[in-house]
Design a protein around this ligand. Structure first.
Ligand code: GLN
Length: 244
């Protein structure tokens, strides 16, 4: 068995250890004897996106989110939309999450028109939302508690047909107002969670992998891993936040 992962825009969208998510996915598959192929797709590189099982997009600064626009609208946008419709799995963090939405109006008034794979939009604010944070995923998205780090100016508002990924327990989440965090639409998972997200949130990491595997190899069930260290790291951060 093999999963093909596409890392979109690793040259411009990669903050606070985001690439660690790829290492984590690879390792969790390797521990189960499943092969992985990772294809990096920076600005200017092309590939047939229909051949991938799983897409990862990290976060970026406003400037970098603007730099990629020409490349995005040169054809990748349509391929991404098709992959979403085809129920491919996407993990999109912060700037990458904003990119899957309709637009991002930065705090300096620059409008980045994105692809609208998810009906959501983001508006930049002069006050950044920064810090360790924690949220509880909706049952359909593992029901687990996620710990991570957020740092964004953008406030994201979800539109029709898009569910929050979870509910904020500590920190800001989508906009610091409605207690929602992230988004789930089909098999697209968006979140503001850096850190990176997956290594200390193993239940959620396995949801991503299980969803991609089930699509490629129906009936496959991932065997559980020990996860002692991962759960310790998770609980340590959760405790720190609960005591604040
Ligand atoms: N530049 C975006 C914002 O400030 C995304 C930040 C990020 O990816 N951490 O909202």
């Amino acid at each position: 068995m093999k999963l093909s992962i596409c890392h979109l825009y690793p040259d411009v969208l990669n903050l606070y250890g985001d690439t660690g998510n790829i290492i984590c996915l690879k390792k969790r598959l390797e521990w189960r004897g499943i092969d992985t192929e990772v294809t990096l797709l920076p600005i200017g590189a092309n590939a047939d996106l229909s051949r991938f099982d799983l897409f990862f997009i990290g976060g970026g600064q406003d400037f970098e989110q603007e730099v990629l626009l020409t490349d995005l609208h040169g054809g990748k946008d349509k391929e991404i939309l098709a992959a979403v419709e085809d129920e491919k799995v996407f993990l999109c963090i912060c700037g990458g999450y904003q990119m899957m939405g309709q637009y991002y109006l930065t705090h300096t008034g620059q409008q980045c028109d994105y692809i609208g794979a998810l009906k959501l939009h983001t508006v930049g604010s002069d006050v950044r939302m920064i810090g360790n944070y924690m949220f509880k995923c909706a049952e359909e998205s593992s029901g687990s508690t996620i710990v991570g780090f957020e740092n964004h100016s953008g406030r994201t508002y979800l539109g029709e047909g898009v569910s929050p990924l979870g509910t904020v327990l500590h920190g800001f989440g989508n906009n610091g107002e409605d207690h929602t965090e992230g988004a789930r639409f089909k098999n697209v998972f968006g979140a503001y969670c850096h850190g990176p997200m997956l290594p200390k949130n193993p239940e959620f990491a396995d949801l991503i992998l299980q969803t991609a595997l089930s699509r490629r190899y129906p009936g496959t069930v991932l065997p559980p891993l020990g996860d002692g260290l991962e759960i310790n790291a998770h609980d340590h951060m959760a405790d720190r936040m609960e005591k604040q």
